[in-house]
Design a protein around this ligand. Sequence first.
Ligand SMILES: Cc1cc2nc3c(=O)[nH]c(=O)nc-3n(C[C@H](O)[C@H](O)[C@H](O)COP(=O)(O)O)c2cc1C
Length: 137
Amino acid sequence: MPKLLHLDSSPLYGISVSRELTAEFVAQWKRANPEGTIIDRDLCATAIPPVTAAWVAAAYSPEASRTEAQRQQLSLSDAFLQELQEADEWVIGVPMHNFGVPSVLKLWIDQFVRAGKAFAYVDGKPQGLFTGKKVTF
Ligand SMILES: Cc1cc2nc3c(=O)[nH]c(=O)nc-3n(C[C@H](O)[C@H](O)[C@H](O)COP(=O)(O)O)c2cc1C
């Protein structure tokens, strides 16, 4: 059963152009994949903390030796990674904010980009670990 990750990052809800576009994408995807399921992730309705020194220490500690507090620290990151892995396809609404992406989108990226999970070093170069995904921005 195909799965779509539908992610929005505009704070403007009812008047947001990117939310209208992702909603239309989802509607078309549902028509093309009647058996498919959707994971909705609204970054403006998710409290995403910035990366801290404690977060970095937790992320770079071997899984087996993490404390309960460190596991808690990474729980949102783990949830984001799970959504990205589970979905075959991603649609990501990205407004331009001050010549960049909205800050909530950057917070989301910083949470899930972890060595060994989202990327690995191969011959000294970072290589993405999400393969075979179709992504629409
Ligand atoms: C806080 C903020 C910053 C913006 N910065 C830019 C910008 O740097 N360049 C630009 O072309 N448009 C900028 N815009 C306009 C938005 O990209 C445009 O309104 C877009 O439709 C926003 O997407 P949304 O409707 O899904 O929220 C900005 C809008 C907001 C609210």
